[in-house]
Design a protein around this ligand. Structure first.
Ligand code: NDP
Ligand code: OXD
Length: 309
């Protein structure tokens, strides 16, 4: 069995070494144009040239959860596309979202500003019942995040494509229940995959529906930058319709130095690091799946190419 590795923006050496150790029966090599045909590929954002050069691939294993960059390519029709299934990301995502939520709810941003001025001043406590959290996407990451938030006794709503019943959450599903989900939520957490159905979903109209249409909504975007219509955000913040936003993902990454999000007082920017790929756990997961595929066994995390995630 031959495995080819093509990792844009990532150093391949440790991945190759790890895959060789986990799959000693396989030939694992970094891809170069004209390389021998491989059975499986381990990839991150590969160029079309790579795919065109490897038409016989049976499995394409993405080293991230989101496959939007991969599905933009013209892939071999028979190849199975497989995304990372947690592999150490969900706990990081839960930490990130709980931190952003609690920082906003407890007004730690204001205490930080006060501390810079040596000002000793209490904020009036706020009621968590008034800060219902809505999690868009109840998949591997969204469900873990929703359950972590529920531990802090915030009311939690979740929205997914198919109906779900998850203890401690009020679950909404599909377009028909989307407006009710938004209206019932004050803090919106986006953990959707980027697909044709979800691109631009964080727009003026939808964000204005938060909190029953009253001002004070808050956005945490950890999905993809193209979920947000960036031009709509600053007017919503400046008019007070939204109280703030924590953004980890952007239409253009790295976020250009001149982008107004960097300097807006109500926006917190992080550099697409809310849940990083954990190399050792990911290698173990991918190697296990490759071995299962070779034995004809079913695996989790197979992407539905027609639905886009
Ligand atoms: P999953 O595929 O496990 O979950 C996706 C969820 O979104 C599912 O609940 C699915 O519904 C729901 N969904 C998809 N399309 C729609 C739709 N049109 N309407 C309503 N719900 C929809 O993905 P993960 O949880 O593993 O990851 C989610 C995303 O997080 C990734 O695609 C990636 O973009 C992003 N991500 C960001 C990272 C970062 O560092 N910022 C790190 C890792 C991931 P259903 O359950 O019905 O199928
Ligand atoms: C992912 C990411 O999709 O890092 O895994 O964004």
């Amino acid at each position: 069995m031959r495995i080819t590795v093509c990792l844009t923006d990532n150093r391949p050496d440790a991945w190759i070494e790890g895959l060789r150790a986990a799959l000693p029966e396989a030939m694992v090599e970094n891809w170069r144009p004209g390389a021998p045909q491989a059975d499986h590929a381990v990839v991150w954002a590969p160029p079309q040239e790579f795919i065109d050069d490897q038409p016989a691939l049976r499995g394409i294993f993405n080293i991230g959860a989101g496959v939007d960059a991969l599905l933009k390519l013209k892939l071999p029709p028979e190849a199975q596309v497989v995304r990372l299934d947690d592999a150490g990301m969900s706990v990081q995502m839960a930490e990130y979202v709980c931190h952003a939520l609690i920082r906003h709810f407890r007004e730690f941003d204001i205490y930080e500003a006060d501390a810079r001025e040596s000002r000793w001043s209490f904020r009036k406590p706020r009621e968590r019942e008034d800060f219902a959290v809505g999690v868009m996407g109840l998949g591997v990451l969204g469900e873990r995040v929703a359950k972590a938030v529920a531990q802090f006794e915030f009311p939690v709503n979740g929205w997914s494509r198919s109906p779900k019943a998850i203890g401690g959450l009020r679950c909404f599903a599909g377009e028909a229940e989307f407006d009710d989900f938004l209206g019932a939520s004050r803090v919106l957490v986006n953990l959707l995959p980027l697909t044709e159905a979800t691109r631009g979903i964080l727009n003026r109209e939808n964000l204005s529906r938060l909190n029953g249409g009253e001002p004070g909504g808050y956005l945490i975007n950890v999905g993809r930058g193209a979920h947000l219509v960036e031009a709509d955000l600053i007017p919503l913040l400046d008019s007070g319709r939204l109280a703030g936003a924590t953004l980890d993902v952007f239409e253009v990454e790295p976020l250009p130095a001149e982008h107004p999000f960097w300097r807006h007082p109500k926006i917190t920017v992080t550099p697409h690091g809310s849940a990083r790929t954990v190399r050792e756990a990911s290698i173990a997961q991918i190697a296990g799946k490759i071995r299962a595929v070779e034995l004809g066994e079913p695996i989790a995390g197979v992407v539905g190419r027609e639905r886009g995630y």
